[in-house]
Ligand binder design. Structure first.
Ligand code: CO8
Length: 259
């Protein structure tokens, strides 16, 4: 099996891949190598039929405190532009299986952006979300001005991006940035539970559902609902639809074969 230097990969439950960001001394600052490893691990999980969902977490103190400032502080514009610096981060958004972020502690800058690239965010009561790039003389570069605005609206996004102020878990939940706050110490267990549940569903429907929700960020309501209906229609070509609806009619649990 593959060995990584900056992440740990495990299978905490059937059908679930757990990826733990593992640079604790740097508060899980996201250097390029870490993100390459994250891309490799998520792609591997995406291509593994035994995996239904992925959980990404950090540690108690930090989910991730942002892109690695020490790695990028001396970079020149021409190099950043020509190498499409950190462009590989967006690969995460092409993963088809659901990804859950289990956030404790700091989710700042690129760390907050990483969480926002995931499909569901669960947080510990001690979680803090922020886009402090303004304090470094830059702005967010991996979705902080875009996904945050979609999630919390213009006014709150502007305040966060312009001041660098962090928000706590409760505020993140009340603004819709995250799904919910869970009991202290339980965020990974909760995320694995949710991933496990998703993994027990028909995987064709799960992927279609993710595709449908994500389309809401790109399409008009009319195009979006049309796209949704077409996806819905396609599911009648699956065995899982026949099994799911037959099981309901026969008052038994469905056995999905993901076909
Ligand atoms: N990069 C590198 N090292 C870091 C980072 C980071 N982002 N965050 C923390 N560290 C390191 C510290 O340097 C320190 O290392 P050392 O022990 O060697 O001095 C260690 O982690 C522990 O950190 P602190 O001592 O600072 O811990 P505190 O508890 O005192 O403070 C904070 C915690 C408040 C989180 C503080 O560490 C901090 O402010 N960190 C930086 C947060 C930040 O500005 N993040 C944004 C970074 S920029 C960014 O993410 C842009 C993304 C763009 C992506 C573009 C893609 C195309």
């Amino acid at each position: 099996s593959k060995t990584y230097q900056n992440i740990l990969v495990s299978t905490p439950a059937k059908g679930v891949t757990l990826i733990t960001l593992n640079r604790p001394k740097a508060l899980n600052a996201l250097n390029s190598q870490l993100f390459h490893e994250l891309n490799q691990a998520t792609e591997k999980a995406d291509n593994d039929p035994a995996v239904g969902a992925i959980v990404i977490t950090g540690n108690e103190k930090a989910f991730a405190a942002g892109a690695d400032i020490k790695e990028m502080k001396d970079i020149q514009y021409a190099h950043a532009y020509k190498s499409n610096f950190l462009g590989h981060w967006t690969k995460l958004t092409t993963i088809r299986k659901p990804i859950i972020a289990a956030v404790s502690g700091f989710a700042l800058g690129g760390g907050c952006e990483l969480a926002m690239m995931c499909d569901i965010i669960l947080a510990s009561p001690n979680a803090n979300f922020g886009q402090p790039e303004i304090n470094l003389g830059v702005i967010p570069g991996a979705g902080g001005t875009q996904r945050l605005t979609h999630a919390v609206g213009k006014s709150r996004a502007m305040e966060m991006v312009l001041t660098g102020n962090m928000i706590g878990a409760e505020e993140a939940a009340s603004t819709g940035l995250i799904s919910r706050v869970v009991k202290e110490g339980s965020v990974v267990d909760e995320a694995v539970k949710v991933a496990s549940k998703i993994s027990s569903k028909g995987q064709v429907a799960v992927q279609a559902a993710k595709e449908g929700v994500n389309a809401a960020f790109e399409l008009s309501l009319q195009e979006g609902t049309r796209f949704e209906r077409r996806l819905f229609h396609t599911l009648f070509a699956t065995k899982d639809q026949k099994e799911g609806m037959a099981a309901f009619a026969e008052k038994r649990k469905p056995t999905f074969t993901h076909e």
